[in-house]
Design a protein around this ligand. Structure first.
Ligand code: PAF
Length: 281
């Protein structure tokens, strides 16, 4: 396995892999790899001849008051995990190479990028879309693997790929959870013991949403209120949003007639966590 930081080198390796007739799978990450990332890598390994994992804490998707500097960085440990997972190349570029002086081009998705995280985190999806477009161009993968944990991100990237006719297939991989239900996230490392327990309210409230739907409820407001009340009853939790929206477009729905996504963002202490479930599939 190679670990490279040079954009030009990555392009040359991708060109050679193409010339050799290989199908490239890309797993874009910001590092601090956990079992969730490893499941994306395993899927890519299963489906593609050549697997590239990008590790890049992308500065443009963090707001000025967000955790860019605090975000966990562990390239050595991450590289070992990639090596064990039989990755071909770890691409870990420097910010100055991805965004050199004079960088002036941004990808701005509207529609699904304008709500929820788009409102709470202005500029976030512009940063995500731009870096993913760059990674797709550099690595020239024909499949890119994303977790359903970041459901809105997945929707935004699909929209960008579709709208801009990008030559990459977006593959969505199920969220990995701890035994007790907590969705795996690099930000879970910020939680202390008491907060870790409180964070279970995210997955348990989503489980209730699913049960309420299964017992026959089709009114989205009723489901949203149930979820909201469960989270609000946890003293360490502060709800940022709970919505039940069309699973494809993320637009509001009153009565569930097609699949909907229940999306939530909750602060546990100073840590902001997101989670979701799709119901009615
Ligand atoms: O989900 C992430 O880790 C990041 O948003 C991504 C897709 C790697 C872009 O920086």
């Amino acid at each position: 396995m190679e670990v490279i930081s040079s954009v030009d080198e990555m392009r040359a390796i991708a060109a050679k892999a193409h010339a050799d007739g290989k199908k490239i799978g890309l797993v874009p990450t910001m590092g601090a790899l956990h079992a969730g990332h490893l499941s994306l890598i395993a899927r890519a390994r299963q489906e593609r001849d050549f697997v590239v994992v990008s590790i890049f804490v992308n500065p443009t998707q963090f707001g000025p008051k967000e955790d860019y500097h605090r975000y966990p960085r562990s390239l050595e440990a991450d590289s070992r995990k990639c090596e064990n997972a039989e990755v071909d190349v770890v691409f870990a570029p420097l910010a100055v190479d991805m965004y050199p002086g004079g960088f002036d081009t941004w990808v701005e998705v509207k529609g699904p990028a304008e709500v929820l995280e788009g409102q709470s985190r202005p500029g976030h999806f512009q940063g995500v879309a731009t870096v993913c477009a760059k990674l797709f161009n550099i690595v020239r993968a024909d499949r890119a693997y994303f977790g359903k944990k970041d459901y809105q991100q997945l929707t935004v990237i699909r929209k960008m790929v579709d709208d801009l006719n990008m030559n990459v297939e977006v593959v969505a991989v199920d969220t990995m959870r701890e035994r007790d239900g907590l969705a795996l996230s690099s930000r879970n490392s910020y939680l202390d013991k008491r907060e870790r327990e409180a964070a279970l309210v995210l997955s348990s409230s989503l489980e209730t949403a699913r049960k309420v739907y299964e017992s026959g409820e089709r009114n989205t407001k009723a489901i949203q209120t149930r979820v909201w009340n469960i989270i609000a009853a946890e003293p360490l939790a502060q709800v940022e949003y709970v919505v039940v929206v069309d699973a494809e477009t993320l637009t509001p729905v009153e009565t569930i007639e097609r699949p909907v996504a229940v999306l939530l963002a909750v602060r546990i202490g100073s840590t902001r966590l997101i989670d979701n479930t799709v119901i009615g599939e």
